[in-house]
Design a protein around this ligand. Structure first.
Ligand code: TMP
Length: 255
């Protein structure tokens, strides 16, 4: 079999040339990294779980009219996506104080924020992805003011929708990160959600116990990382009660 052309390799994923023009294959690795690659490890099975979880969440977003790059899942570790021009900005939406915002503004972890807060970070590993203002984005031309408005609007809509979706399965969406890309379809350009949405780029806490169910388990050496990701997938109805990936029974409501 001919080897596929590797387009890009990131910390947790590899992008290969897709089977049709304008498509890519996104391969999910088990590799984990934190603190801008200063901490590295492997979470066995993470790639399979994130492929499934991201597929599920991207499909749900599409149903409520939030466009994404996702086309279809190909196998356990791969999904077909539209090739997009990635905007070099990470959009973080926060509902509850956790992570970097607690240090920046002397907040207590777990403190509800007065309202959902949208932040922008410039994607640049050598600079540790600095927090930037809208002014920087517009002045340096990373995104137009219209694109920025749309990214903010789509991120807040995704936050409302995903908060409800997770709440229904007993999980609080503390914060999450989205990336956006420009998808060219003929002569028309659309902004779409790209990359992945998974416990690697969300903070997810159990409603009843505040137990951490996301990558903070890896960042803080809390153990049972794969089990936490598996529990997120199980509650979303992506894993059967028994464990391994199987048919989709649908989400299980929590009282
Ligand atoms: P932070 O509290 O470290 O700024 O992270 C906020 C959210 O964004 C959290 O859910 C993790 C996610 N995130 C990423 O997915 N990638 C990153 O590079 C960073 C810094 C955060």
């Amino acid at each position: 079999m001919a080897r596929r052309r590797r387009i890009y390799e990131g910390k947790a994923k590899v992008l290969f040339e897709g089977p049709e023009p304008g498509t890519l294959v996104q391969y999910f690795k088990d590799d984990a990294s934190a603190f801008n690659n200063k901490k590295k490890g492997v979470i066995t099975g993470k790639g399979v779980l994130n492929n499934r979880i991201s597929e599920y969440l991207m499909l749900r977003l599409k149903e409520v009219g939030i466009p994404t790059h996702f086309v279809r899942r190909l196998n356990m570790r791969e999904q077909l996506v539209h090739e997009v021009e990635i905007i070099p900005i990470e959009v973080v939406v926060r509902n509850i104080a956790a992570g970097s915002i607690t240090q920046r503004f002397r907040l207590k972890e777990g403190e509800p924020l007065p309202r959902s807060i949208v932040e922008f970070y410039f994607k640049a590993d050598d600079l540790d992805d600095p927090l930037v203002a809208e002014e920087h984005i517009a002045a340096f031309g990373w995104a137009s003011p219209q694109e920025l408005d749309e990214m903010m609007h789509l991120s807040l809509r995704a936050n409302d929708f995903l908060s409800g979706l997770f709440l229904a399965v007993g999980i609080r969406l503390i914060d999450f990160k989205l990336e956006f890309g420009r998808w060219w379809n003929q002569d028309e350009m659309r902004l779409v959600v790209a990359d992945e949405i998974s416990p690697d780029n969300c903070r997810l806490w159990d409603i009843a116990t505040n137990e951490i169910m996301d990558k903070d388990r890896f960042r803080r050496d809390l153990g049972s990382v794969e089990e936490a990701y598996q529990e997120v997938a199980r509650r979303l109805g992506i894993l059967p009660e028994g464990g391994g990936p199987g048919d989709l029974p649908g989400p299980s409501a929590v009282q």
